[in-house]
Design a protein. Structure first.
Length: 296
């Protein structure tokens, strides 16, 4: 399997954005079947360049995450990246996970601090573990043999009380520890992304590859929940439209597809290196968005 940094170098030379999707480990056997028998085959027809698989809350799906990544790579020949967090893990535990990933042929890792475990009000460091994601990045770089991605926040991290400019400076520091690329949190106003991207490149002097994360809206209640959790903003015009559509889920999905397609067109016009879709283990909306973009 390829390093994701090499994938982006190749697609950049071909003049097109890399296409990638994110999945989460299903909690049931039915969810597993849906992912591997319906969602993944449908998305593979779009010829993606790579995909990623998340951790569960508190690192609860570590084994399953690695298993899904391994299966995608072996059964479908698609480069896949495993998320890795600091939650509930000592340095020795993380080293064991990384060794397991290496044995499975996993070459790409997304290094994250991670969210607090279920029931915990605040994130706390485990004795012998890491408090910040930059420490995990440096740890992985020292182990060697992996392409390392990190998360970026166009509107600033929700836990950063000092404001987004401080958060972006911390991202620059994290990248400097050895990260190869940044995938952003979801956002709905492209001006937030462009301001973030410009600040990294022109104010902080970082030329790291930055990939926007796109979420096609599936329901009004869902997007409100997600934005509350991650601190992203729903633009006023979007909120008004979602209010107008109310409980008409089919209309909301159609609106989400059109909105995401417009978002992606503008991002592509500005030369983003890739598009990373949070598809939520479903294929319809992401497929329709990508088909409308007519990627080369």
């Amino acid at each position: 399997m390829e390093f994701i940094r090499d994938i982006h170098a190749r697609t950049r030379s071909n003049g097109r954005p890399a296409l990638s999707f994110e999945f989460f480990p299903p909690k049931t056997d039915e969810g597993d079947r849906n992912l591997f028998e319906r969602t993944l085959p449908a998305l593979l027809r779009l010829k993606p360049d790579y995909c990623s698989v998340t951790y569960g809350a508190g690192g609860s799906t570590r084994e399953k995450t690695l298993g899904i990544v391994e299966r995608i790579q072996k059964d479908h020949g698609l480069t896949a990246m495993a998320h890795l967090t600091c939650v509930n893990s000592t340095r020795e535990m993380l080293e064991a996970v990384v060794a397991d990933a290496r044995r499975r042929g996993i070459r790409n890792l997304l290094a994250l601090r991670g969210d607090p475990p279920a029931g915990a009000a605040e994130w706390t460091k485990v004795d012998g573990g890491f408090e910040y994601s930059w420490e995990l990045v440096r740890f992985l770089r020292e182990l060697g043999g992996f392409c390392i991605g990190v998360a970026g926040f166009p509107e600033g991290h929700i836990a950063c009380g000092e404001g987004k400019l401080v958060d972006w400076q911390r991202l620059k520091h994290k990248v400097d520890q050895g990260a190869d690329f940044v995938i952003t949190q979801l956002f709905f106003d492209n001006s937030d992304f462009f301001g973030f991207w410009d600040h990294l490149r022109n104010r902080l002097g970082s030329q790291v590859t930055v990939i926007p994360g796109i979420l096609p809206i599936l329901s009004a209640s869902q997007v409100k929940k997600f934005t509350t959790l991650c601190g992203a903003r729903i633009p006023d015009a979007m909120m008004r439209r979602l209010t107008e559509l109310g409980d008409d889920d089919e209309a909301v999905v159609a609106y989400g597809i059109e909105y995401a397609a417009q978002q992606c067109r503008e991002l592509m016009d500005r030369g983003v290196p890739g598009l990373h879709f949070y598809c939520l283990n479903k294929s319809r909306s992401t497929c329709e968005v990508v088909e409308r973009l007519r990627l080369p």
